[in-house]
Write a protein that binds this ligand. Structure first.
Ligand code: ZN
Length: 466
């Protein structure tokens, strides 16, 4: 009796080990196939060329929605869905800026996303330069009355993009803080790691209850020029921004599935965002994120047998000025417990260098196997748990859905981010393929497992470092 029980236990363990070994072999084969696969490149090329810039509410975004549906179907995804939500749109108009005194100089600028327009004819005023955001905050209320505030705080280049959050505050809340101090407009140094005159846009604080002012970003050399000039004497600047808002507009989250073979109700979500700013073709932000995750899932869909769980690719419809995350959470609140894991690719297309898992998962045998499959791609398993997995999945994350980060090298990303230079020629095909290889092998192993990340997180000891 005991012997037969033992034999059965050993047989089960052997079967499990054999299944595990088969999964690891399949994941490794997917990885190697992805490195030679052109699908992600073709998707990126098609989206950026056929559709072009994809500002929410623009006619191009409607074309992008139809493109997304057709692309998912053509790639073999099933259960393709379009989920509409309300999203007021904003459309850029004519924009210009110039230094008026001490001498005339045209400034290459771009209005911040969602900025209000200047009055017709523009605003001309004395400019006050702050070399950091903190200096602006230190200025007293009323001290900028009638003036144009200028913030020239630089952004630090870092592999993990950490400089963005720090410098980005000038753009996100600078206009509101400058308005509080009486300023009539704000000009910022682009949130950029480049030395180019090409300015970077990006969303600023907006909404019916937000007291803000017309705001724009200039290129790095102009910002440095204004800093030097301000040290020598007074400056006058003229700024002209036109834009319009349509409160009645809509946007869409689009999704398609590689249906699970034995547990199709359990879902793993991966995706990138379909919308972009209007100034470039949004190649790095975020056509490649859409392409990487769709190409990875397609490779899995092409396998003779699908993994146990469903992989759902979401093309998020309004990341840049927000909306997709909340809309998705609201539409899927009854399904949350069945969403096993979520992740987003939204830092361009340079190589992935690390994997971060939900709390407690790093020691799980399947995740250890995943780490081994990723090692030849020069990706390490970071012991720190994943957090802030992307703005489109933050609603899910906040509602308790476990998330991952496949962290991309952001060293180069913020040279082009939100500019007219975010174009296809910045995408390196071999690094793009490395991304697909990582997502394909990781998604496969997770989808063909029974891992319950929530349970692992609940019982995990606190992480420690030696
Ligand atoms: Zn993005």
């Amino acid at each position: 009796m005991i012997r037969s029980l033992l034999t059965a236990t050993v047989a089960c363990a052997l079967l499990a080990t054999a299944a595990h070994a088969q999964d690891v072999a399949t994941a490794a084969a997917l990885r190697d196939k992805a490195l030679l696969d052109r699908t992600a490149w073709d998707i990126t090329e098609d989206l950026t060329t056929t559709i072009g810039p994809r500002l929410v509410g623009s006619p191009a975004m409607t074309r992008a929605k139809d493109w997304g549906v057709a692309k998912l179907k053509a790639l073999g995804f099933t259960n393709v869905k379009v989920e509409e939500f309300a999203k007021p749109s904003w459309t850029r108009g004519a924009e210009s800026a110039e230094l008026v005194a001490p001498y005339p100089l045209k400034l290459a600028i771009v209005g911040l996303g969602r900025t209000p327009p200047t009055p017709a004819g523009g605003i001309e005023a004395e400019a006050v330069v702050f070399r950091t955001y903190a200096e602006l905050i230190a200025a007293s209320e009323g001290s900028l009355k009638g003036k144009i505030a200028v913030i020239t705080q630089p952004m630090v280049r870092a592999q993990d993009g950490a400089g963005y959050g720090v410098a980005g505050i000038s753009r996100r809340t600078g206009p509101v803080e400058a308005a509080k101090r009486g300023a009539v407009a704000l000009l910022i140094r682009s949130i950029s790691t480049s030395d180019s005159t090409v300015p970077h846009t990006g969303v600023t604080a907006f909404g019916p209850d937000v007291l803000t002012i017309p705001s724009a970003a200039m290129g790095v050399p102009e910002a440095e020029q204004l800093e030097r000039l301000a040290a020598k004497g007074p400056l006058r600047i003229k700024l002209n921004l036109a834009s319009t808002v349509d409160a009645g507009d809509v946007a869409w989250n689009i999704s398609g599935e590689i249906k699970g073979s034995t547990k199709p109700d359990e879902v793993i979500i991966a995706g990138g965002h379909l919308d972009s700013w209007d100034v470039g073709t949004g190649a790095l932000d975020d056509a490649t994120g859409v392409a990487i995750t769709a190409a990875a899932a397609k490779l899995i869909g092409d396998l003779p047998k699908h993994p146990k769980r469903t992989i759902r690719v979401v093309m998020w419809g309004s990341e840049e000025s927000g909306g997709s995350s909340e809309a998705y959470l609201a539409a899927h609140k009854d399904e949350l417990a069945k969403i096993v894991l979520a992740g987003e690719s939204d830092t361009g297309a340079d190589r992935i260098y690390s994997l971060q898992l939900p709390k407690g998962a790093a020691t799980h045998p399947t995740m250890q196997a995943a780490a081994r499959v990723l090692t030849p791609l020069k990706i390490y398993l970071d012991q720190a748990p994943a957090a802030h997995a992307g703005s489109d999945v933050e609603g899910l994350e906040g509602a308790g859905v476990p998330v991952i980060n496949l962290n991309q090298d952001a060293s180069r990303y913020f040279d082009y981010h939100h500019t007219a230079d975010d174009t296809l020629n910045k995408v390196d095909p071999s690094q793009l393929a490395q991304n697909v290889a990582a997502w394909a092998s990781f998604l496969y192993l997770t989808a063909d497992s029974d891992i319950d990340f929530r349970t692992l997180g609940a019982t995990a000891p606190a992480p420690h470092a030696n």
